[in-house]
Design a protein around this ligand. Structure first.
Ligand code: GAR
Length: 192
């Protein structure tokens, strides 16, 4: 069974959807660690409820990204993590982790990439007045929400206010992410 760590910076609703899918038996993987760069993030409370070990850190207390990624890498290797799953981790992944986990870092983003990368993708889509936005799951590279796309799903947002657009997009994220992770983990079991 594949082992993975989740990296998150905020509420953690996607992390919780992943842990629920594991508990239901819909996702065969073991989450060995939750990493957050925000020691006050709500995701930490959710991790406690699911008995997931956590590591929180304050980036500004390190000299560089390489330094905190190196510390995280030691933990990931000790726990035997095969994958890093980003779930609202609002920070670019650096060379240390990209080199250690080639094509093994996955991200979810609330738009149909390459449209609306970066922060507040839902707000960007509403401001552009597009009738349809969506969700993308992709492998992570050094860019901001770039990297090979694994799966996308449309979400109609015409006539939505910000709260309703976010509700629709997050509902799709919570279904799509565990499903795609299951596909990735199984495929790589078969072809390894
Ligand atoms: C999610 O909508 C995720 O797609 C987005 O952050 C939100 C986190 O919500 N990620 C990005 O925008 C990455 N560029 P959550 O903390 O409730 O899972």
């Amino acid at each position: 069974m594949k082992k993975f760590a989740i990296f998150a910076s905020g509420s953690g609703s996607n992390a919780e959807a992943i842990w629920q899918a594991i508990d239901r038996g819909d996702l065969s993987g073991e989450c060995v660690l939750l990493v957050t760069d925000k020691p006050e993030a709500k995701v930490l409370e959710r991790a406690d409820r699911f008995n997931i070990p956590t590591f929180s850190f304050e980036p500004k207390t390190y000299a560089s990204k390489a330094e905190f990624e190196q510390e995280i890498l030691v933990l990931l290797q000790a726990l035997g993590a095969d994958y890093i799953v980003l779930a609202g981790y609002m920070r670019l992944i650096g060379d240390v982790l990209l080199t250690a986990y080639p094509k093994q870092i996955i991200n979810i983003h609330p738009s149909l990439l390459p449209a609306f990368p970066g922060k507040d993708a839902i707000g960007q889509a509403l401001a552009a007045n597009v009738p349809t936005s969506g969700v993308t799951v992709h492998y992570v590279d050094a860019g901001m929400d770039t990297g090979p796309i694994i799966a996308q799903q449309d979400v109609a947002i015409a006539g939505c206010d910000a709260a309703e657009a976010a509700r629709r997009i997050q509902a799709v994220e919570h279904q799509l992410y565990p499903r795609v992770l299951q596909q990735v983990f199984i495929q790589q079991e078969v072809f390894k």
